[in-house]
Design a binder for this molecule. Structure first.
Ligand code: 0X9
Ligand code: ZN
Length: 424
């Protein structure tokens, strides 16, 4: 009897987890915006964040910076009461996340349908008016390889936990051992605009090669989604899925935060040992096959990669290491200078503003990120994590109409980086 009771408690706990074993129920869930106006608020919110009871869409960063917290329906009153008790003001920015998510799915499905109808290319359905599924992206990469075979190679660098291909596109117009800019996206499944932006930049640079003269001196490697299982799952089951889909622990909770899984100061700070947490670092460093695969490519080209860019969403931040400590790398001024030049180009396009700084000092300490590993272990000097649009109005549900503007302005930043590498 006691055993049965324990099992029931454990099952209950698992279901209560924000990133629990089955689809998280977002019916009636709310996103609550909090503005910490004192250091004590920040401290309190950080404690709440580490409890893993809620899904923090933006994490406590600094006094005066909004924190957006998603609470499932049954936790909403608890969160509101907690905040009121400690005197932190809040407002509800999404009153029914289930409803909004459904509407946004309908809008994206319609946009996909229209894209398909407009399309005249027999080989692929890809465009940037909607968020596409993995198949469309991969068909497009294969199409680029076939159509631009003199400058493009597409390779499957391995498979994911669930057996999906992991495709990488190399753009090179020849030459011997040119410097490389390596760009990835989609490490966090729900950050769809990241995958879309990387594929947009890839598409522009391949299909309009002559507009990018730095390509005579620099090669590019693109991996638009390095967490394909998570990406697909966020389309089919849980729009807010962040992690990989590996089976790791008790309660049937799945997945590891792939950006806590890299073997550099692994699990030291800003991570969780709870397999149900969205920031679970994994049972060991590089437990995730997808991160092993990307690591192997970064290692393979390490001596030629001058810049590593990894795209996330959202908050509009251009960040450099370190993520595991408040200390800055010795050469932080170089990284800061290039980041500011890139952001100036980005902002000049549509006026979108970005913050620049080291990730710990800009958001929060979090160890085990790919950016830290790329610099600290692979020895790549310029490594950046970029949080794309927006600052929270739409958050993860950035409307498809913003994909192209986001892609255009980010391409400006990448052009600045490409020119920098070409002339150094
Ligand atoms: O926490 C993360 O992994 C990134 N933010 S997100 O909201 N997209 O999840 C920031 C990572 C910054 N880099 C490191 N901490 N190394
Ligand atoms: Zn992310």
């Amino acid at each position: 009897m006691k055993v049965l009771a324990l099992v029931l408690v454990l099952v209950g706990l698992a279901a209560a987890s924000p990133s629990g074993p089955v689809n998280r129920d977002i019916t009636g869930a709310q996103v609550i915006r909090v503005n910490p106006t004192r250091a004590s608020h920040l401290y309190y919110l950080h404690g709440l964040f580490m409890q893993d009871l809620y899904d923090f869409w933006t994490e406590p960063r600094a006094v005066g910076k909004n924190v957006d917290i998603m609470a499932q329906r049954w936790m909403v009153p608890v969160l509101k009461a907690t905040l009121s008790k400690v005197g932190i003001e809040y407002s509800v920015i999404i009153p029914d996340l289930g409803d909004l998510t459904e509407k946004s799915k309908i809008a994206n499905d319609r946009a996909l349908e229209m894209a398909k109808r407009r399309n005249t290319n027999a080989k692929h359905n890809m465009d940037w008016t909607a968020y596409h599924r993995l198949d469309d992206l991969y068909d497009y990469m294969d199409y680029l390889a076939e159509t631009y075979s003199h400058i493009v190679k597409v390779k499957t660098i391995g498979t994911s936990y669930e057996g999906r291909d992991m495709k990488m596109l190399k753009l090179s117009n020849g030459g011997f051992r040119k410097p490389i800019v390596f760009i990835d996206g989609g490490i966090h499944a729900r950050e769809w605009v990241s995958t879309a932006t990387v594929s947009y930049i890839m598409s522009q640079m391949v299909e309009n090669r002559e507009d990018y003269p730095f390509l005579d001196h620099v090669d590019f490697i693109f991996m638009p989604t390095i967490n394909p299982d998570g990406y697909e799952y966020s389309h089919t089951n849980d729009r807010y899925w962040r992690k990989t889909r590996s089976k790791t622990g008790v309660f049937g909770c799945k997945g590891v935060d792939p950006n806590r899984n890299w073997d550099f100061h692994w699990n030291e700070v800003g991570t969780s040992n709870n397999p149900c947490s969205d920031i679970y670092s994994g049972p060991e460093p590089f437990s995730e096959i997808e991160m092993q695969n990307v690591r192997d490519q970064l290692n393979k080209y390490a001596d030629r990669i001058k810049v590593y860019l990894t795209f996330h969403a959202f908050s509009q931040l251009w960040m450099y290491p370190w993520g595991y400590t408040y200390a800055l790398p010795d050469d932080w001024v170089d990284l800061d200078d290039l980041a500011r030049d890139a952001v100036d180009s980005l902002t000049a396009f549509y006026g979108t503003s970005y913050e620049v700084g080291s990730s710990t000092n800009t958001i929060y300490p979090a160890a085990g990120g790919s950016d830290d590993w790329a610099k600290g272990v692979a020895g790549i000097k310029y490594t950046y994590t970029v949080e794309l649009r927006d600052t929270g109005n739409f958050g993860f549900l950035l409307p498809p109409g913003q994909i192209i503007p986001t892609g255009q302005e980010t391409l400006e930043a990448v052009k600045t980086i490409g020119s920098f590498v070409a002339s150094n």
